[in-house]
Design a protein around this ligand. Sequence first.
Ligand code: AMP
Ligand code: ZN
Length: 470
Amino acid sequence: MRLYNTLTRQEEPFAPSQANTVRMYACGLTVYARGHIGNFRTFVCLDVLRRTLRHVAGHEVREAINFTDVDDKTIAGAEREGVDLRTYTDRYVAAFAEDSARLGLEPVEENPRATDPANLQAMADVIKALEARGHTYRSDGSIYFKIASMPDYGRLARLDHEGIQAGARVDSDSYEKEDARDFVLWKATKPGEPTWDYGVGPGRPGWHIECSAMALRLLGEPPIDIHAGGIDLIFPHHENEIAQSECATGQPFARFWVHVEHLLVDDQKMSKSLGNVYSLQDVEDRGHRPSALRYLLLSSHYRKQLNFTWTGMEQAEEALRRVTDFLARIDRVMDDTAHEALATRIDEGRRAFDAALGDDLNTAAGLAAMFDLVRAGNTAIDRGEIGTPDVARFHEAFAHFDQVLGVLSLRRAEEAAPPVPEEEILQCIEDRRAARSRREFAVADRIRDDLAARGILLEDGPQGTRWKRK
Ligand code: AMP
Ligand code: ZN
């Protein structure tokens, strides 16, 4: 398969360096809040990459996605709520697992947390190696990486070396873009902050060292095959991960760097002040199921910005319904004649899908190949030119598409889900009432229809809305 590599700014043929197993690391969530749908765009796209590597390219995957469970924001959050850091971050780690499952993300092999003792030890070990090789200095109890000690610093982000300010230090977890400075590896203990001592002095890790150490610990000899994350991480986070890892080991860190473009909401950056930071739950509260969001998030190419709108969600629902309607429709075919031309058409569709996904994960073209088959199948039904052997072939092809896209099986699971708990029904009724009072009747109708699809009927009356199970 071919994959765009941020390091070379080119699409390149990709295969794992060791045997048939792709060793892959993705920067995970900073667990100070529930992940938003922008975070999940990155994780859904990387899930499609993982599935493409397995089911289209035929590789095995060993993948780690971390949790950043100590940084300025998590510490501030725990402090604000008066709980210890672990209790605070546990909540968002659990929420991530829940949302990931609802979005059909395949579990990955490793989900390391920065504050696990083995990981803190690994971070201290990388820092010790950097100290021994002369890449660090200490100041006020903190340890910094000296950028001037690495001649090719800035390779990934293509920084202009003139602009690099040697010797200026930054020890916060928030960084100015475009400004490379000596960054903190290990932060001196501050009163009231969590602190650990693994042999480099008491303190806590900087953000960048976490990922370098966990990737090196869990994925074997560098270079690993793929390092991934959202596009905002190229600089400084990934640049600094490269600096730390390569200076500590003397080996290249990662062969391919894969970055997912941002999700925008109504053409704007998601931000608390704009009130457009949506979680999966917010999307569900508007009457959509996670399968539709998953569809939307993977429907455009991962290297293009994607603009989230409620109209887009409606269109995703509609597209998904076209496929599920088609799959239900072919099941009503009774004739058992096979049609060679249709069989050939299905095989072509399958090849077109694999070619699209293998071409730097062109999901948009993959979906187009799938919808071409939906059209061809519907035409065949209209003309009576389809038999049960062709239907079986269609099902095989769509099962393959779904191994990669993970949308149809997710929708099926949603539909077969256990009885809707009363609490959830009452919440839906309330959401529907709120939608109607905003005059969002399409939303209100969808909530009613979705409940109906799950076996719950609503009846509006003078006393409000009553419900019963079908
Ligand atoms: P964070 O919790 O901020 O460290 O982010 C976790 C992951 O989500 C990182 O890979 C980010 O690059 C990615 N991410 C954050 N915001 C967005 C967004 N709006 N669209 C896509 N990915 C994002
Ligand atoms: Zn990272």
